[in-house]
Design a binder for this molecule. Sequence first.
Ligand code: BES
Ligand code: ZN
Length: 450
Amino acid sequence: MPPQDLGPLFALLRIPSISTLPEYAGSVRECAEMIASLLRGAGMEQVELLERPGRHPLVYGEWLHAPGAPTLLFYGHYDVQPPDPLDEWTSPPFEPTIRGEHLYARGVADDKGLLLILIHAVERLHAAGTLPVNVKFLIEGEEESGGEHLTEYVRAHPARLAGLDAAIICDTEMFAPELPTICVGLRGIVYGEIHVEGARQDLHSGVYGGAAPNALHALAQVLTAIKGGDEIIRIPGFHDAVKPPTAEEREAWGRLPFDEEAYRETEMGASHLVGEAGIPLFERLWARPTFEVHGVHGGFTGTGAKTVIPARAMAKVSFRLVPDQEPGAIVECIRQAVTAAAPSGTRAEFRLQHTAPPSSVDSRNPYVQAAARAMTDVFGAETVFTRSGGSIPVVALLNHELQLPSVMMGFGLPDDNLHAPNERLYLPNFQRGIVAVTKFLESLKSFKNK
Ligand code: BES
Ligand code: ZN
């Protein structure tokens, strides 16, 4: 197979489709339009932007001319995370740049490059007149900021998504270079803000210090009440539904080739790993819930000095969820714990932004098995099944609403710097990914629709 031209990927990467920042909504739309034209170029029909006020467009396209054959839903997202801190990028985030065998740009691995693997594979088969399956593409522009539009769409239009046999998703990574990997479990998420209020307004810290409540100190207390130095989340009821991994999973995870020193030192650049004592690393990453603070706002942070007792403070936080934690129930536990943790003289409140349930896939599913065989073929090594600590809201959505299994073929690598400066994609995996997805689809010739 000739190598894929990188032109379309470069063009997509130049568009700053940052879904969470309202000022980029025009770029998000521009990116959606480019995806639509790529789908048309791949031979898809009924291609359209699905619109909803206040939401970013979904892009739909289909090709349904393989009677009797399975119908697959291809999913990806064209939005990206904000690129900051900008001064840590070696080349600008929206000027795709090749250095060595990597292509650097925001979104190249998460998820524009991996999404294009799917589009190019379908495009090649369609152009050759050998596309053996029916195809529906549903591509979203707000995965990185919660995915509400897609959730609403899937719930409101079950007919358009009826008759599907499996979803194919390229938005995960290989466990290690040269080790083909299919992801069979993802964590869910509850994302929100903790707001703390003390006095009516900011106060002189000399005149009132010793008597006035300090909202930043109170916020620190609330945060450490939720999770202290032992890394244990102390919210009543929070762990009730946590299901431990099976003995087979534990055993398989123990056999994965892994150098913990290199992970800590080279991949992470930290002096120690943290986490709940006595729980193995992959179980902490894939099968235990977490609490993380993403940013804190409050008081005076400018140059110089200001002696003030802040009246308000806020933290952006998220909880990752594992099977069988249910976001609705967890949000209630969080709300109560946050309110109860406010020290006297302050009020604390949890404001929810978005949620996604955890998800899991049966690795014995015939589509998962066929994808694993194609990946083994192309990469020349036995495909492994792992979970991931990240979240892809659509996976649980498709499973719950349409009873649809997701085949998550990973072509990113652990050091792709997702959500971080210098995000990159290992270009040989872009090419091999297209070959693997093509082979996978070809292998479905003998499959029948359900
Ligand atoms: N592609 C990632 C999730 C991922 C990363 C899965 C690595 C497996 C391996 C996805 O785009 C992502 O980052 N999702 C967000 C979702 C959230 C904002 C709802 C996440 O996990 O933070
Ligand atoms: Zn992604």
